[in-house]
Design a protein around this ligand. Structure first.
Ligand SMILES: [Zn+2]
Length: 312
């Protein structure tokens, strides 16, 4: 009896949290859902949308742009002293002139073979990471891509990129999932939209979408227009947010501005219907990143040591 109680109380706390995978059967279930949850959904959604100042987004876009700048040089020069090296291999190289060690690798922005400083290695690797492992949405229906493409062209869109069509397609799916009461599936589509933005190097915008997914998950979104008790944070979502914070050298505890913006801008639910408001969900998120925040504090100056040395 005790065991049964234990599992029924904690059984839902899975290590991977609310899923971000989109399966064909989930999409079909959403499509077949009909009107049954309509009344419930009407109550859950907010009727008016807030007007939100986008300035903070610009600030973060710039931060990310700076941190995503191309590193190193393509001229086969030592990044420290400028000494030319005839042939560079993809590895650590010791400069024959200044004797410093630098690194030669393909950089992500132009795939050029760049020679960069050893101190930039961490940033260099993060630049690769934030545009890797993009989860791509599999098309379930024949011609759905072409259908959206035609629609956008009819609306007068020019120079249509593949990602714009995909973004529009995901947006349409997200909207349908939301109005069908399939809130968990809705959060997965928002996540995929963020993935697409990340692939286009729109990092601040991607981060704001990941934040919104976190907000939805903190509210335990389900596919029956319900909000469940708190679940674990999805590990993939945590990884994505963590990598972007690392690239920007940002601490989660200082991200309240962007978090608030994201939720106010993207949230479609009436907060009175939810379990956590944006302050509560933000607190949960800062707890998840407590250790990596501490790591970014850096080493505090040893004040007492300096004083003693001076006195002697
Ligand atoms: Zn050198």
């Amino acid at each position: 009896m005790k065991m049964f109680e234990y599992f029924s109380r904690f059984g839902q706390k899975t290590t991977e949290g609310i899923t971000l995978e989109i399966e064909k059967r989930d999409v079909n279930a959403m499509k077949d859902a009909g009107e049954e949850l309509r009344e419930q959904v009407q109550k859950d959604l907010q009727q008016k949308t807030d007007v939100v100042d986008r300035q903070i987004m610009m600030v973060y876009e710039k931060k990310f742009r700076d941190r995503f700048q191309k590193l190193g040089n393509l001229n086969q020069k030592c990044p420290y002293c400028g000494n030319i090296h005839r042939s560079l291999h993809m590895r650590e190289t010791k400069c024959t002139q200044c004797k410093k060690i630098f690194i030669v690798q393909k950089r992500v922005q132009d795939l050029g073979t760049a020679a960069f400083m050893t101190e930039q290695k961490k940033q260099f690797n993060l630049q690769w990471k934030v545009v890797s492992d993009i989860k791509r949405f599999k098309l379930f229906l024949a011609h759905e891509f072409e259908y959206i493409q035609k629609k956008l062209l009819k609306e007068g869109k020019r120079n249509l990129q593949e990602s714009e069509v995909m973004q529009s397609l995901l947006g349409a799916y997200a909207k349908n999932s939301l109005s069908a009461g399939h809130y968990q599936l809705y959060s997965a589509f928002i996540f995929h939209q963020a993935e697409l933005m990340r692939s286009e190097q729109r990092f601040a915008e991607a981060l704001s979408y990941y934040f919104y997914v976190h907000f939805l998950h903190a509210n335990g979104v389900s596919n029956s227009a319900q909000f469940q008790a708190n679940t674990q944070m999805n590990e993939v979502l945590k990884e994505r947010i963590g990598e972007l914070l690392d690239l920007g050298d940002l601490q989660m505890k200082k991200m309240k501005g962007l978090y608030d913006y994201s939720i106010l801008y993207l949230n479609r639910f009436d907060v009175k219907r939810l379990k956590s408001d944006l302050n509560q969900s933000y607190t949960l998120l800062t707890k998840e990143f407590r250790f990596s925040d501490e790591e970014k504090e850096g080493i505090k100056p040893m004040r007492s040591f300096v004083l003693y040395t001076k006195a002697s």
